[in-house]
Ligand binder design. Structure first.
Ligand code: IMP
Length: 194
């Protein structure tokens, strides 16, 4: 089954494509994908994932898989949450965002945080969608560390790997990440389809 990865974030698309290695699934290369700018104004990850998947499925005329994800920090009541990509402003870089988070948390000792991922696979022909979600718990570091990955990876310490995500290989990160967990759940459901 051909499908488009409904994301304008190249690093996120690469992570998804690396995990979606099922012989029955053929992610459409970015160069052949019609990209859509979707206003992510949902109040939940699931709502935003649905919006992106439906828009890409319609624009490309084929199934579309969207991931909406973010970082939820306990001491900040779940922020930045659905605003993770624009925490420091509409056009903020990853570094702007994690520097703002480090500044907000300078005097906070409770460093618990989780990455959350909602997946939505939409079909252009009205077939019911498939959904999945995943989560990984960790802690916010005091200083950034490492250069792998993207987003908040340099400030997220993952106890399951005993290292920051930005020091993990892509395979190590995928083995425990919110995205890896959600995608493996979706692949299990998809076995029946492909
Ligand atoms: P989205 O593209 O609207 O889902 O935004 C997701 C944002 O959440 C990204 O821009 C990152 O800031 C953050 N995020 C999501 N997943 C990850 C991850 O695996 N590592 C680091 N940051 C992430």
């Amino acid at each position: 089954m051909k499908l488009v990865i409904a994301s304008n974030n190249a690093k996120k698309r690469a992570e998804i494509a690396a995990i979606l290695t099922h012989p029955g699934l053929e992610p459409v290369p970015a160069a052949e994908t019609r990209f859509v700018d979707v206003v992510e104004d949902g109040l939940t990850f699931a709502e935003n994932a649905r919006k992106k998947a439906e828009a890409f499925a319609m624009a490309n005329g084929m199934p579309a898989l969207a991931d909406d994800s973010g970082l939820c920090v306990e001491a900040l009541n779940g922020a930045p949450g659905v605003y993770s990509s624009r925490y420091a402003g509409e056009h903020a870089s990853d570094e702007d965002n994690y520097r703002k988070l480090l500044a907000e948390m300078r005097s906070i000792s409770d460093r618990r945080a989780s990455f959350v991922c909602a997946l939505h696979l939409a079909f252009p022909d009205g077939c019911p969608p498939l959904t999945a979600c995943g989560r990984v718990d960790g802690e916010i570091l005091a200083q950034p560390c490492g250069h792998q990955g993207f987003g908040y990876d340099p400030v997220f310490f993952c106890p399951e790997l005993d290292k920051p995500f930005a020091l993990a290989t892509p395979e190590e990160k995928a083995s425990v990440s919110h995205r890896g967990r959600a995608l493996r759940q979706l692949l299990n459901i998809l076995q029946a389809y492909v």
